[in-house]
Design a protein around this ligand. Structure first.
Ligand SMILES: C[S@@+](CC[C@H](N)C(=O)[O-])C[C@H]1O[C@@H](n2cnc3c(N)ncnc32)[C@H](O)[C@@H]1O
Length: 181
């Protein structure tokens, strides 16, 4: 990202060992900041202060721990809070849509597109799926692995755009239902 010109990048991890090691490794790269924090409570960051959040393996790690649903939900709420409206949460994960889409939908904040990338480097003609092409989802939001060809070895990338109006609509609909009862 630094090589691509990004100048204000905040890296977080709950582990002080990770943070100290990364600070040491990249001490001469002034565009990178490191903050030890818990993604379930990032109160040191202001609401709507980030344009993008990139997550490679952090949600996965919460989903492998105890109280996984509750902790993942807390993380997604916090990611949604710190992102600007229209900002992007890029989730790079082992989790296929049957394990991730409902979770993302549960926060009622995102429009989601699915992309995939091969786990090992392949020549362009042997790629399972072109990275920039959205993988189609079925009408019910489910997904057929078969569209990617036989035995794909892939990571999933969910490109989630924050749309605060979705939550607002949900609140209004909830208010309508309550008013009718
Ligand atoms: C699978 S590793 C991925 C690390 C790195 N993103 C990468 O791709 O190499 C998951 C990381 O999430 C961190 N982590 C786990 N729970 C966390 C939490 N609640 N808040 C912040 N970081 C957490 C772990 O310390 C670990 O460094």
């Amino acid at each position: 990202m630094v090589e691509d010109g990004y100048v204000d990048i905040v890296n977080v991890d709950i582990s002080s060992v990770v943070i100290e090691a990364m600070q040491k490794k990249y001490h001469d790269v002034c565009q990178l900041k490191y903050v030890r924090t818990d993604v379930r409570d990032m109160s040191e960051f202001e609401s709507e202060s980030f344009d993008a959040v990139v997550d490679k393996g952090t949600l996965d790690s919460l989903m492998c721990g105890h109280d996984s649903q509750q902790n993942s939900f807390k993380m997604l709420e916090e990611v949604g809070r710190v992102l600007k409206d229209g900002g992007v949460y890029i989730l790079i994960t082992y989790g296929d849509p049957s394990f991730r889409l409902d979770l993302l939908r549960g926060t009622c904040l995102w429009t989601v597109n699915l992309h995939v990338i091969d786990r090992t480097e392949k020549s362009s003609e042997h790629q399972s799926w072109e990275l920039t092409r959205t993988v189609p989802l079925n009408e019910d939001g489910s997904f057929s692995l078969s569209v990617l060809g036989p035995n794909p070895e892939i990571h999933y990338i969910y490109v989630c755009v924050k749309d605060a109006s979705l939550k607002q609509k949900l609140r209004e609909n909830g208010a309508d239902i309550n008013a009718q009862n």
